[in-house]
Ligand binder design. Structure first.
Ligand SMILES: Nc1nc2c(ncn2[C@@H]2O[C@H](COP(=O)(O)OP(=O)(O)OP(=O)(O)O)[C@@H](O)[C@H]2O)c(=O)[nH]1
Ligand SMILES: [Mg+2]
Length: 275
């Protein structure tokens, strides 16, 4: 399941190439002119997928943007944010805390394990307090369970951790495991080269990332390639980050990914309740 790009100067020839590679039922998702590059001028580019893949691509890109909330009687959902240092983990947590529009009536709590980086703790604690969101800090593995218990009235708990490779990863990873995350979002700047992004994700295998959270979208020249990157990295995306300002919300990843393909985002159908 993948998106394919075809380039050339003559649209008829590009389309012949699309059909030859993907078959007669290929679906054209986007056509546009590339930026001029050394010696080639602009080229026509077609993004297409095999007809048999279109449904799977749609399913892979469509992820509900609301955070998961616990069902009655269960413990709160634990959502961890992991990734390389400076990728935007804390910003993502703070944006979620600040923006009721993203989390709606899901009541959030925060647990931070980042007691390593100077200033990190003060920032997140102050921000959570401003937004009246309960926050717990755990310094040891033994403190994790009691911290979660103190947050048990919340629907979802966001867990912030140190950047990978910066301090003693083994120590905080054991703490994170003790929190038994339901979702682990791998936070990564979208401005990274694709091979670098893949390698970082592979190296984080032991954290078992369930979701990708691409940040720094505001620094991209455009969203072209966003859906490709999400599909190439192979885990679903619930949110993307497109700015440093904390008063902006995280953006639903699906609508951004579909828009990058020139397609309207699918609308979630409300469940019909007959009473
Ligand atoms: N332009 C832009 N800047 C961002 C975005 N997300 C985060 N930043 C900035 O990137 C820097 C690092 O963000 P943090 O949220 O502290 O990153 P982190 O992953 O928590 O970093 P560590 O805790 O040190 O591992 C900060 O200056 C943020 O303001 C984004 O989407 N766009
Ligand atoms: Mg941080």
């Amino acid at each position: 399941m993948q998106l394919r790009r075809f380039r050339g100067r003559d649209m008829a020839k590009v389309m012949d190439q699309v059909s030859a590679s993907l078959g007669p039922d290929a679906m054209i998702l986007r056509t546009h002119e590339t930026e001029p590059f050394a010696g080639y001028g602009t080229l026509l580019e077609v993004v297409a997928a095999a007809g048999s893949d279109v449904e799977k691509i749609g399913e892979a890109l469509f992820v509900d943007s609301r955070p998961p909330a616990r069902a009655k009687g269960e413990r709160p959902k634990v959502i961890a944010f992991v990734g390389p240092a400076g990728g935007g983990k804390t910003t993502a947590v703070l944006k979620l805390v600040a923006d009721a529009a993203t989390h709606g009536d899901v009541r959030l709590g925060v647990l931070t394990l980042d007691t390593y980086r100077a200033g990190a703790l003060e920032e997140i604690v102050a921000h959570a307090r401003i937004h009246r969101t309960p926050i717990e800090v755990a310094y040891t593995e033994q403190e994790v369970e009691p911290s979660l218990r103190r947050l048990r009235s919340r629907d979802a708990i966001l867990v912030d951790v140190p950047g990978l490779g910066r301090f003693d990863d083994d120590e905080w990873i054991e703490m994170l495991k003790a929190a038994r995350p339901d979702e682990t979002h791998f936070v990564l700047p979208s401005t990274l080269r694709r091979d670098v992004a893949s390698r970082l994700l592979e190296r984080a295998e032991r954290l078992k990332p369930t979701h990708l959270l691409l940040t720094h979208l505001d620094e991209l020249a455009g969203d072209l390639g966003l859906a490709d990157l999400m599909l190439a990295l192979g885990i679903p995306s619930r949110w993307v980050g497109d700015g440093a300002a904390l008063d902006r919300s995280l953006t639903p990843a699906s609508s951004r990914a579909f828009r990058s393909l020139g397609l309207p985002a699918p609308v979630v159908q409300p469940v019909l309740e007959v009473v």
